[in-house]
Each structure stands twice: as structure tokens, then as C-alpha cells.
Design a protein around this ligand. Structure first.
Ligand code: ADP
Length: 529
């Protein structure tokens, strides 16, 4: 794009050092500024009053103005045909011209702000190794002295310097642009990317790294990577000290998985890919590390193994029992009493029920996963529902007493009775399962503000604090407790949580080991009619 400069037009000779043709500018703006400085100085040296620099465009096959000085946009516009048609001949010649009319007879350039007509013109070829890369045109005012041959000699030496400077500036500008492009790509990458020097100090740290680690770029750059990342394995062993591919002298690509600790103390599972560049002599030049948060992947992996463990254990047990009892009953060499046959058939029936419950819970869960939970909301009388559930347990357990305790005038809530019934049943069933010594199980209702809450209280084994956070996850069952020997899938509480949250409520637990548990869910009253 053509630009107008404001340089001196006094005609005084400008010292060449002022132009600093060897200094490479750092970017496009610098390049343009440098070019304008060169042009204005050239115009001054020649005692001209306007000028233009046009660079040869290989693709377009003509000169295109890069910057102008002392010309208004109309003047530049008028010169364009000249750049496209007449002047391209110059790309193959080394001539310069005294008068514009020699290039294009009759062409006049009303160019300056005062619309003055320029006439004497000199075109200085800008060449590198004999190759024309551009032209500098300088105009003198109308009727001024034509350019002399000595002017041309001095200026052609000067033009060579300018050409080199331009070439350098252009290359530097291209380089800066390429660097900017690469940096932008790295910066906007969704993966964390850092570069590390031979001493394992961080050279660059992109935005995703800031998000992933909580470290600010200014803090991380120049720090040692092991101070920032602190990569460990799941047992806490320091992988930066023992497995770092940079320290081990690895060449090429290598990868390492582990856990990093963010600035605020969170642990994040990460996969790190190292690309290590070494010189032919083996010394390290630089390392690019790509870091990806694989927490989700790890969760999916652990879910998959939990699912496999559950399915294999929970399906296998009833199948084995059914198979064993069926084989016993099918033996032709044995006579079974009516009582034995009844007992075995009853056991087969119970195990089949268990299997069917497990399969339906698994199916239910997979439906929930894809968000397929439709609620059939009605005005629900929760005390009535709670009494119904408690009565259901009367015949099922002899060592537990299940009670419902609701204040009078308990407000109805808009909820799906079947689903809330499932939640209550699940919580009471767990309370009986995990209270092996028996005891009282109470379904307690309360209202508070704009919501109701229901708590299932038991006097059972309780749950350790670390497990309380996790028991609502799919397939999570407390280790080293009664949970293992008891039947279960680890899906009940996950299903309860999904149902309650779909109603706009919350579910949680308060518990102490050995003292029992309180499972509470809330439901909003806001939607009542
Ligand atoms: P399941 O009962 O099929 O194992 P749940 O999702 O219902 O699955 O419960 C997950 C785990 O939470 C149980 O395995 C058990 O360890 C723990 N838990 C649930 N309810 C209680 C309770 N009332 N008392 C003690 N632990 C409980």
C-alpha cells in the first residue's frame, strides 16, 4: 500500500549513515518506516520533491508501489499504469532516464499536494546480484535541472546499498511474519506447549499451559521445567528426576505420562510428548513439549475397569449359583425331597431376580448417560410415599426397624412419584445393607425456605470422609468395608443423584465411621401449583 511521508524536501544532501541500510527491522511496520526513511533521504540527496519505491512482484509480473513520498493518492494512482506497462521493461535493463517523457510520452504527473507537475525524473534500479528487485523514482519540480550522469553514478552505488537493505528488511519482515504465524499457532493450541533449553529452563509457555498449571507465563519462563511441572507417578515418585527424557539424553520423540500439581495444589493427569532436537554432536539444542490433560481419559479407563469388575463379579456370582443349582436338580441319579427342590428353585429365582435387577440398573445407567431421563411430575405426597417404602421393608428384614417421621402439614411437591420412590427405596435398602447389626432406620422429612428435604438415617457402619465424596460416582463401592461382601453394583447412589438433580434438587451424605450415616436429598417447592 502506498504511503505518504513527511520527510525533509529541502534538497540538502543527507548522510548515508542516517539511513542505516544494514539494520534489519523487526517487523512490517519497521520495514515500512525504514523504506520511507530511505526514500525521503534519496529524494533529498537528489534535490527532488517527490518519490516512490516500487518492488517487483514476481506473481503479478509488474512493479507494485511499496511506499511513496511527497505524492498524494491521486499522484500514486496516476503512476500505476506506468508501473504496470512502461516501467516493467526496466526490470531487464540497467538504464535510468532523465525525463518522464522518455518513458511514456505525454504523461504528466500532477502529484504533489499543490498539484504541481513534475517533470525531470530519475529511476534508480534496485538490484541484488544483477537481479532487479525494485525501482526508486525521484521527481524534480517542473522545469528544474534534469538529472546529470554524475548524479546517476553516485546514486546507482547508493541504490545497490539500498537494494541490499531492502532485501534484508524484506527477509526480516517475512521472517518476523513466519515467526508470528508459528507463535500464534502454538499460542492458540488447545494442548499445553512449552519449549525448554539445554539447562531445562522454560523458554516459552503458551496460554493452554497457563490454564492447565495455573502458572503465569512471566513466572514460568526462565524457571526450571521440573519446578513448574513437578511430574510424579501415581505413587508420588518424582518422574522429573528419574525419567526426564531431556536429562537422560534421549534423541527425537519420547513420551511420558504422569501427574502434575497445579499452582493451587490440584492434581492433573497429563500425557507429555517430547520432541528433542540435538545437534549432530549430540548436544541439546531445544525441546518442545506438548502436554495434554488426560484426566477424563483416566476416568473413562477406571470406569471401564470398574464396569468390567462389577459385571464380571456381579453377573458371575448369580450365574454360577443358578447353573450349580440347576445342575443339581437335573441329576438323574439323585432323588431330591420336595423341600430341597423348593429351596433350590427359590434360590434360582432369587438369583435370577438379582441378575435381572443388575441388568436393568446397567441399562438404566446407560440411558442416564445419554440424558434419557423423562420425569412424569405430579403433586407428590412425600410422607405417604415414605410410609409406603417403610412398610415394604417390614417383611424383608427382621433386625431393622424402618420408620417415617414427617411433620404434620408437610407440603406436597411436584415430582415424579415413581422415581422418588426409587430413590427412597435405594437409600433405605443401603441403610439396611450397611447396618449389619440392625437398628432403626428413619426417613425424616423437613421443610426449609423454598425446599423440602428428606433424610434417611441409619445406625450402621458409616462412611469414611474420603469415600463420602466418591460414593455418588458410577460403580464406586467402598473398599475394606462391608460393601464388598454385600451385593451391589455401585450404581444405586449414582442413579439417586441423577434423579434428584433432574428434579432440581441436591443429594449428599453426612457420616462417621461406626456411627451410621445420614443421606439427605432436597427438592424445590417452587414449581407447586
Ligand atoms: P451398592 O449399594 O450397589 O454398592 P450404591 O451406589 O448404592 O451401590 O452405594 C455405593 C457405596 O456407598 C456402597 O457400596 C457402600 O460402600 C456405600 N454406602 C451406601 N450407602 C451406605 C450406608 N447407608 N452406609 C454405609 N455405606 C454406604
Amino acid at each position: 500500500m502506498a504511503k505518504r511521508g513527511k520527510g525533509s524536501k529541502s534538497g540538502k544532501v543527507v548522510r548515508l549513515e542516517k539511513i542505516e541500510p544494514w539494520a534489519a527491522p523487526s517487523g512490517e511496520t519497521d520495514f515500512q518506516a525504514k523504506l520511507l526513511a530511505i526514500l525521503s533521504s534519496t529524494v533529498d540527496i537528489l534535490g527532488g520533491n517527490a518519490g516512490i519505491v516500487a518492488l517487483w512482484n514476481e506473481k503479478e509480473r509488474h512493479f507494485i508501489e511499496e511506499t511513496s513520498y511527497g505524492l498524494n493518492s491521486r499522484g500514486v494512482e496516476r503512476l500505476r499504469p506506468l508501473l504496470k506497462e512502461a516501467i516493467p521493461d526496466l526490470a531487464t535493463s540497467k538504464q535510468s532516464f532523465d525525463r518522464l517523457s522518455q518513458l511514456s510520452p505525454g504523461l504528466r504527473v500532477p502529484a504533489t499536494p499543490t498539484d504541481q507537475v513534475q517533470d525531470p525524473i530519475i529511476a534508480l534500479p534496485l538490484q541484488i546480484a544483477g537481479k532487479m528487485i525494485g525501482l526508486i523514482y525521484v521527481f524534480r519540480p517542473h522545469l528544474a535541472e534534469p538529472f546529470s550522469s554524475s548524479d546517476q553514478r553516485v546514486l546507482s552505488a547508493f541504490a545497490d546499498q539500498v537494494a541490499i537493505s531492502l532485501q534484508n528488511a524484506h527477509l526480516a519482515s517475512q521472517l518476523a511474519q513466519e515467526r508470528y504465524k508459528v507463535e500464534s499457532i502454538l499460542e492458540s493450541s488447545a494442548d499445553g506447549i512449552i519449549t525448554i533449553d539445554m539447562e531445562r529452563r522454560i523458554l516459552s509457555f503458551n496460554a493452554s499451559m497457563e490454564r492447565l498449571t495455573g502458572w503465569k507465563r512471566e513466572e514460568a519462563v526462565r524457571s526450571y521445567c521440573f519446578e513448574v511441572l513437578r511430574l510424579r507417578d501415581s505413587q508420588g515418585a518424582d518422574l522429573c528426576q528419574t525419567r526426564c527424557p531431556i536429562a537422560k539424553g534421549t534423541k527425537g520423540f519420547s513420551s511420558l505420562d504422569g501427574i502434575i500439581t497445579t499452582k493451587d495444589g490440584q492434581n492433573v493427569d497429563v500425557g507429555m510428548n517430547y520432541s528433542i532436537v540435538r545437534s549432530p554432536s549430540g548436544s541439546l539444542l531445544t525441546t518442545v513439549v506438548n502436554i495434554r490433560d488426560i484426566t477424563r481419559l483416566r476416568q473413562i479407563e477406571s470406569l471401564r475397569s470398574a464396569l468390567l469388575a462389577t459385571v464380571s463379579h456381579e453377573l458371575q456370582t448369580p450365574i454360577s449359583i443358578i447353573k450349580a443349582y440347576a445342575s443339581i436338580l437335573a441329576r438323574s441319579d439323585a432323588q431330591w425331597s420336595q423341600q430341597t427342590i423348593r429351596d433350590k428353585l427359590q434360590a434360582i429365582e432369587e438369583e435370577s431376580d438379582r441378575l435381572s435387577e443388575l441388568v436393568s440398573k446397567l441399562l438404566y445407567t446407560s440411558r442416564l448417560e445419554v440424558g434419557d431421563l423423562s420425569l412424569n411430575k405430579l403433586l407428590l405426597d412425600l410422607p405417604k410415599e415414605a410410609h409406603k417404602v417403610s412398610k415394604r421393608f417390614v417383611g424383608l428384614t427382621e433386625i431393622h426397624k424402618v420408620e417415617a417421621d414427617f411433620p404434620p402439614e408437610f407440603p406436597p411437591v411436584l415430582a415424579d412419584p415413581e422415581k422418588i420412590g426409587e430413590v427412597l427405596t435405594n437409600l433405605v435398602e443401603n441403610a439396611t445393607k450397611f447396618s449389619p447389626q440392625g437398628g432403626t432406620i428413619t426417613i425424616k422429612g423437613e421443610t426449609s425456605g423454598n425446599e423440602i428435604s428428606v433424610t434417611v438415617v441409619d445406625e450402621g457402619i458409616g462412611i469414611a470422609l474420603r469415600d463420602q465424596e466418591r460414593i455418588f460416582e458410577r460403580f464406586y463401592r467402598v473398599k475394606d468395608s462391608l460393601a464388598r461382601p454385600t451385593q451391589g453394583t455401585g450404581l444405586g447412589l449414582y442413579i439417586c443423584k441423577t434423579i434428584i438433580e433432574a428434579h432440581g434438587g441436591r443429594i449428599g451424605v453426612e457420616s462417621e465411621l461406626g456411627k451410621g450415616s445420614h443421606f439427605t436429598f432436597t427438592l424445590p417447592m417452587g414449581e407447586q401449583e
